[in-house]
Design a protein around this ligand. Sequence first.
Ligand code: ZN
Length: 318
Amino acid sequence: MALHYTYNQETCRYEPVVVSPKRFAKKSFRFLGLSFLLGAAFLGYYNLKYDFLDERIERETNEQLKTEWQLLQEELEKTSAHLTKIEDTDDHNFRTILELEPLPQSIREAGTGGREKESDQVGYPLIRNSIALADKISNRLTIEQQSMDELNKQLEAKQHERASRPAIQPISNHNLIRLNTIFGLRLHPIFNYVRPHNGLDLTAAYGTPVYASADGVVVFAEPNTGYGNVIFVNHGYGFETRYAHLSRYNVKKGDRVKRGQLIGFVGSTGTSTNNHLHYEVIYNGKYINPISFLNTDLTQEEYNRLIQHKHEQPVAEK
Ligand SMILES: [Zn+2]
């Protein structure tokens, strides 16, 4: 096998250099081996210094996912803290005002364990924690919603109860001539002996409008020997009011009345010497002094807003 030539000084000729196949193979293998080693060394170095592209993309995606997960986790934690504030206001503000006990922690956390198994199936611990937290928030919200419903019901009940308390004067100050606050034993002007006076006497002109002092139902609206034309209103919660010596009725038995509703007119029927309203408040079957219930802080303007017939003038009759 002649690959190249060499000059022979003895023969003064160029002669082919003969390389044996064995030597050729040896040289070739050495060359290939060296190249392979060099290649491998470069590849190793490159791998150490630079990731494969796929790996790099994967790593960058993971970093981004982690950042985004952290944002999500922070939002969930903020929501949880916000919810804690709402629960706290509910327990220590609304419930205190409405005379309800704070919700026990066991109720607030009820149901939070039930769905944890669902999040347990998630492999990534970070995501598992977030799902568990979101579940917990969702359950707490359900409980808080139920609590708000209960607060609303209690508020309505309280408002109803408050509206049923005989709180306003049944005759407008605008029309009132004199208020006799003697409650208890007194010398009766007609019978001329000492007997209990169980109400307030509000002197006003004949036909002056008389207003219900609270929400309730008319249970009696007929003439009576002593009271004359009288109206009994049952307000519930143990309260009843009576409006006596009326000249006329504006309601009948069974009517529902609201506080401030015109129910009748001042007169002097029954055992009465002058035009006035005899007003009684009964609580759990006992007469009580109506003055202790009257909201004396009301201005005339506030009172006028309460009564349905503003600035009603006495009705001229008879
Ligand atoms: Zn009286």
